[in-house]
Design a protein around this ligand. Structure first.
Ligand SMILES: Cc1ncc(C[n+]2csc(CCOP(=O)(O)OP(=O)(O)O)c2C)c(N)n1
Ligand code: SF4
Ligand SMILES: [Mg+2]
Length: 312
């Protein structure tokens, strides 16, 4: 059973007056992450909405030492900082518990542009947590397609709707044999909190991906962020799972869907609530196009169910 939202610590690492949009899912998620990590951490950010949201010195919106790093370098920069801290500790120049090194990176910086450095860091099992807040597009630069954009979604670079399905990035990270991988989303704050607490206490590389429904790119009302996140999970478009030392387990309510105890909601309502799908779903082919998206979801459910059976 996940920790209740009422039991989350009062600590706030995300400060009021930051520059994010109202209802921003990434900032909401970061608040919960902050409660789990506490103040003893170092944050690395690649160019993204999270950088635009943090504000400008001296009015920093995040209560950690923060480093803005180049787009492609989350994996290599975090590896360097983690190694430097360990050496400082060894030489007696750093006392007490080592800070948690974490990267806070969008899907563009994770799935696409930062993938090479991230893969290398995972292969080395370097000691940091990579967070991908996944709003399924390059939002900060006006919503371009990324490898996380689902089939059918409008972006400025897929004006007629993206033709390909998204890739399963969390699973790709798991295939690097890192000790901890998890997915989460803002509608399930206790689940996210517990996963971050777990990751914080595991040495080596950890990867946590958080679905972050962005009202601007997805085109829904900004008051509906949490509802959209919940709908994504209930229809199976986003699966909640974690893997410790390679063993995958599913979290509620995804576990009910995977075990067949509950049918996923049909994807129609989820799609229709978002303007980004409206062009793709217009016209006489609409039913066939919805079926294509439903197939992508069904495929992932079946694939992850079978993949979870493999544990060595
Ligand atoms: C090498 C490089 N290419 C492009 C950019 C321009 N850029 C800044 S933020 C951004 C979008 C980032 O997308 P994502 O990582 O998904 O984060 P989000 O904006 O969605 O929060 C881009 C393309 C850049 N800063 N550096
Ligand atoms: S565009 Fe989306 S992800 Fe970016 S700050 Fe606004 S709500 Fe957050
Ligand atoms: Mg993004």
């Amino acid at each position: 059973m996940a920790t209740s939202i009422k039991k989350l610590p009062d600590t706030e690492q995300v400060l009021s007056g930051n520059g994010s949009c109202g209802g921003c899912p990434a900032t909401m998620a970061l608040r919960i992450v902050g409660k789990a990590l506490g103040p003893n951490a170092i944050m690395l950010l690649t160019p993204s909405c999270a950088v635009a949201s943090m504000g400008m010195t001296p009015r920093l919106g995040y209560n950690w030492p923060c480093m803005n790093i180049c787009f492609a370098t989350a994996g290599s920069s975090a590896s360097g900082i983690a190694a430097a801290l360990e050496i400082m500790k060894e030489k007696g120049r750093l006392q007490g518990e080592l800070p948690t090194v974490f990267t806070w990176v969008g899907d563009g910086g994770t799935y696409d542009i930062g993938f090479q450095a991230l893969s290398a860091a995972a292969e080395r099992n370097d000691n940091f947590i990579h967070f991908c807040y996944n709003n399924e597009a390059y939002s900060n630069t006006g919503v371009q397609r990324s490898g996380a954009t689902p089939r059918g979604s409008y972006t400025t670079t897929t004006p007629a709707g993206k033709r390909q399905p998204k890739k399963n990035m969390a699973l790709l990270m798991l295939e690097h044999n890192i000790p901890y991988v998890a997915t989460a989303t803002v509608a399930y704050p206790g689940d996210l909190y517990d996963k971050v607490v777990k990751a914080k206490n595991i040495p080596g590389m950890k990867y946590i991906e958080i679905l972050a429904p962005c009202y601007l790119g997805w085109q829904f009302d900004m008051s509906e962020t949490v509802q959209m996140s919940r709908m994504a999970v209930r229809c199976g478009a986003w699966l909640l799972w974690e893997a410790e030392n390679g063993k995958i387990t599913f979290n509620n309510p995804t576990s009910l869907i995977i075990s067949g105890k509950k049918d996923p909601d049909p994807v129609d309502e989820y799609l229709m609530k978002q303007g980004r799908f409206s062009r793709f779903l217009k016209g006489p082919d609409a039913a066939q196009r919805i079926a294509e998206i439903q197939n992508d979801i069904n495929y992932e459910i079946v694939f992850m169910r079978e993949r979870a059976k493999i544990a060595v």
